[in-house]
Write a protein that binds this ligand. Structure first.
Ligand SMILES: Cc1ncc(C[n+]2csc(CCOP(=O)(O)OP(=O)(O)O)c2C)c(N)n1
Length: 562
């Protein structure tokens, strides 16, 4: 029987799944539930050594001889410090030593509550990785705990070996031994490219699943994934989705998945969930996609990440493929060549049919819009010249841009790494400074005024075209549900204002254009999208906050109509 501590149960389950069976135990009360668990489970081989300093070196000896990671486990306080010499030796000798320390709950550190020191990360400079587990009380903490343990144990498997520290805070009572068996904790298995990479393993898993979804996050233009993804898209029941920031050139890829998911009922969502999820690249903007994949986790989820870090956005990774995405997908698609084609009731055709329905509904709705951000973006995207760079600001410009297709050969950029509104103008100016491609920036008023100083340099004069959507504040906060419940919305959250950029833009020496309705915008776009000279300019489009909100909300109501 095991203790009722969920962090310990997950740790033990995952250690076994990651192949860590040898544990050197040193005595203590705080770590007694850990000791009990390792001793109780027949698959662990336990050793007992009182002195932690010696125990650490003993474990190094075991690991060197066994050629596998070995764990040490101690109680809180100076017990952990006594592992220091062995941790340093393991770091520089590159020995995979797993250090497990029991700890008091964080609230008691430094409160004269006996045997406490700041243990979390105390050996950071001489460990490959260190994590502190939560004491699990809800689903989110359970996932967090699981992810942290996986991250720590994956670090032991990296090509460069070394010590890894897991700090385990435990509240009293410590001796409730009530759990009959270890849980089947989700295990993230690592697969490293190179000699040991066995593509057949993935081919077999691919064939064992029916509904396959490839989600491509943000990718810098110029990647070499298009061919492999085109081939994968040709195989039955494989759906590829990407937003504009994915910079894909794959005709079969679905871009309107956010409106697609907005066009089906919650009950219908399950049909869109995959059994095999393949993810790569950076951020995804669509909240609906995150909701779908977290609510219906794929049984098998490969994340392809060359730097071997865990980015568990959808909370379901089961395999971490540490390889360049293009290399892996090329090998996979070559090995899969010759699979049969799509049947009409397949998973892929479900997505494609609904994508068309959502596209038609969105298109019809957008035909007859009152003048608004979305209407202005539509006119602009229709005129956007080919072969240019388009920078998209947070937060509604990037989301609204996704409602429309792109002309050929557009490079799309956005500061989605941290979603900041603080450097969007400067980033676009930097991009224009190279003169490689004409640069357009679509930006909201708060983001523009925030980073207006990005125009204070000679490079802003290099043909940059800024479409400034001035809706009198942070309109995103008026669109989403929630902020309207607070009287602070207009003044403090959306920061409503009625300023124009005109004087400031001209003071920086840029040409200024403006539009307040469809006709004016049509006219202004003639000049704005004319690239025959490299005048830098700002086209300020004034829209009404209430109309923007209505247009946005009504779009999603219309999508839901049958
Ligand atoms: C540096 C920074 N501060 C605050 C935020 C929070 N934030 C996200 S979107 C947003 C409002 C953006 O407003 P605007 O640029 O006018 O675009 P709109 O939503 O109106 O289209 C704010 C303040 C952020 N992302 N970055």
């Amino acid at each position: 029987v095991f203790p009722d501590k969920k962090n310990i149960l997950q740790l033990a389950s995952l250690m076994l799944q990651h192949g860590i069976r040898h544990v050197v135990l040193s005595p203590g009360s705080r770590n007694a539930p850990l000791i009990h668990t390792f001793v109780e489970h027949p698959d662990f081989e336990c050793y007992t050594i009182v002195d932690e300093r010696s125990a650490g070196f003993f474990a190094i000896g075991l690991s060197l001889s066994l050629k596998e990671p070995v764990a040490v486990c101690c109680t809180s306080g100076t017990a952990l410090l006594n592992y220091g010499p062995a941790i340093a030796e393991a770091f520089y000798q590159q020995v995979p030593l797993l250090v497990i320390s029991a700890d008091r709950p964080a609230a008691w550190i430094g409160q004269q509550d006996g045997q406490t020191i700041p243990q979390n990360g105390i050996f950071d400079p001489i460990t490959r990785k260190s994590v502190q587990l939560p004491e699990v009380t809800d689903k989110q903490e359970e996932w967090h705990c699981n992810r942290l343990i996986n991250e720590a144990l994956l670090s032991l498997a990296l090509p460069t070996k070394g010590p890894v520290h897991i700090n385990v805070p435990l509240s009293e009572p410590l001796y409730n031994f009530t759990v009959g068996q270890l849980p089947e904790a989700r295990c993230i298995r690592p697969y490293f490219s190179g000699q040991k990479f066995n593509i057949q393993l993935f081919v077999d898993q691919w064939h064992a699943t029916k509904r396959r979804l490839v989600v491509v996050g943000q990718l810098a233009p110029g990647h070499s994934l298009n061919n492999a993804l085109c081939r994968l898209a040709a195989y039955s029941d494989t759906v590829i989705i990407a937003e504009h920031i994915g910079n894909l050139d794959v005709p079969a890829a679905i871009g309107n998945f956010d409106t697609l998911l907005g066009s089906v009922t919650d009950d219908e969502w399950a049909a869109y969930a995959p059994d095999l999820l393949v993810t790569l690249g950076g951020h995804i903007t669509s909240k609906r996609l995150k909701q779908l994949l977290r609510k219906h986790p794929a049984a098998c989820h490969w994340d392809i990440r060359p730097d071997a870090t865990v980015k568990d956005t959808f909370q379901s990774i089961t395999g971490l493929i540490c390889a360049e995405p293009a290399d892996f997908l090329n090998s996979l698609s070559e090995a899969l060549a010759g699979e049969d084609n799509m049947s009409c009731d397949s998973y892929a055709s479900l997505w494609h049919k609904q994508s068309e329905i959502a596209e038609t509904k969105t298109g019809d709705y957008l035909q007859s819009l009152p003048f608004s951000d979305i209407a202005a973006i539509r006119l602009f995207m229709n005129r956007l010249p080919q072969n240019t760079a388009l920078h998209l600001s947070n937060s509604s410009p990037i989301r609204n841009a996704q409602l429309f297709g792109l002309p050929p050969r557009i490079e799309v950029y956005s500061n989605r790494g941290t979603n900041g509104i603080d450097g969007v103008v400067s980033t676009a100016v930097g991009s224009a400074a190279t003169r490689k491609k004409p640069v357009f920036l679509m930006i909201g008023d708060l983001s523009f005024f925030y980073d207006i100083n990005g125009l204070w340099n000679e490079y802003a004069a290099r043909g940059l075209r800024i479409l400034l959507l001035n809706n009198g504040g942070g309109n995103m906060f008026r669109l989403i549900n929630g902020p309207e419940q607070s009287p602070a919305l207009e003044h403090y959250i959306a920061c409503a204002h009625s300023q124009s950029a005109k004087e400031r833009v001209t003071a920086f020496g840029l040409h200024y254009l403006s539009a307040t309705d469809t006709e004016e915008l049509h006219q202004a776009l003639e000049r704005f999208c004319d690239l025959s000279d490299d005048t830098s300019m700002v086209l300020e489009v004034f829209t009404q906050a209430e109309i923007n909100t209505q247009v946005f909300r009504h779009l999603f109501e219309t999508l839901k109509e049958r």
